[in-house]
Design a protein around this ligand. Structure first.
Ligand code: HEM
Length: 223
């Protein structure tokens, strides 16, 4: 229901707003090996057993940068005024990824071109952003927040296995990450206050697509 109880609010995860619903839907979309809140069956290799390669990881970083560049462009352009709320949140990743790719290059690796997972996702959100702000904002939330949660765990694990534990810039934020995330949750709650129940449901229903595209990009790590 729409009523948030005192117990739910005292849970540190609860914001008392629409983000709680976005997170609940996203957590159920995980496979059971990814999160204990996950409800989907694992297909293929469970993530704790992933064997990353540098080539695969570079593909993942390049496609991620392509997608984060697209988000920056969409938010700058702001076809819908609410997009402007999500500019310069401190969660931007494209600049840090540029530094990481430069580092790999210095180390003697050649940097690949973006592949279809990143290209297709970028085209998809670009088109969506022009006509469907609720669905677009679902992708914004899932992509940026996934990276700060599971994405960081994956980064640590991959680094321990193939990069001697080097911490990439992709996993560093200027300032206090929990506070940056909270600021964005507040903005999401504020923007969603103007949405009808149907528009909110439409936003939540887009979560599945966000998982599909983002999972394909993550799986480049194994390519
Ligand atoms: C949160 C793991 C893929 C979206 C989480 C959490 C875990 C996790 C453990 C909970 C973190 C916490 O509450 O402290 C993973 C793993 C993945 C994966 C291991 C893949 C191997 C994805 C994908 C998406 C996604 C593909 C969709 C784009 C999210 C979101 C949250 C989350 C939106 C909520 C973050 C928040 O509350 O701030 N993930 N995840 N995850 N994940 Fe994933």
């Amino acid at each position: 229901g729409a009523t948030v109880t005192a117990t739910e609010r005292s849970n540190k995860r609860s914001t008392g707003g629409f983000v709680d619903e976005m997170r609940a839907v996203a957590m159920k979309m995980h496979t059971k090996d990814q999160s204990k809140e996950g409800e989907k069956k694992t297909e293929g290799t469970p993530w704790p057993k992933w064997e990353p390669t540098i080539d695969g990881y570079l593909k993942f970083l390049v496609d991620s940068k392509h997608v984060y560049d697209t988000f920056d462009k969409i938010l700058d352009h702001a076809n819908f005024p609410e997009y402007a709320e999500f500019r310069n949140t401190g969660l931007e990743r494209a600049g840090n990824l540029t530094k990481d790719l430069a580092w790999f290059k210095e180390e003697g690796h050649s940097i690949p071109e973006p592949l279809s997972p990143g290209i297709d996702y970028s085209l998809y959100i670009e088109e969506l952003s022009k006509k469907d702000p609720q669905a677009f904002i679902c992708h914004f939330y899932n992509t940026y927040f996934a990276h700060t949660a599971g994405g960081r765990m994956i980064g640590r694990k991959v680094s321990a296995k193939i990069l001697n534990g080097k911490e990439l810039e992709f996993y560093k934020w200027d300032g206090d990450l929990p506070q940056l995330l909270q600021n964005v949750r507040d903005k999401l709650n504020k923007v969603a206050q103007d949405w009808t129940r149907d528009e909110k449901n439409h936003c939540l229903e887009e979560t599945e697509k966000s998982f599909k595209f983002n999972s394909e990009i993550l799986h480049l790590i194994l390519a």
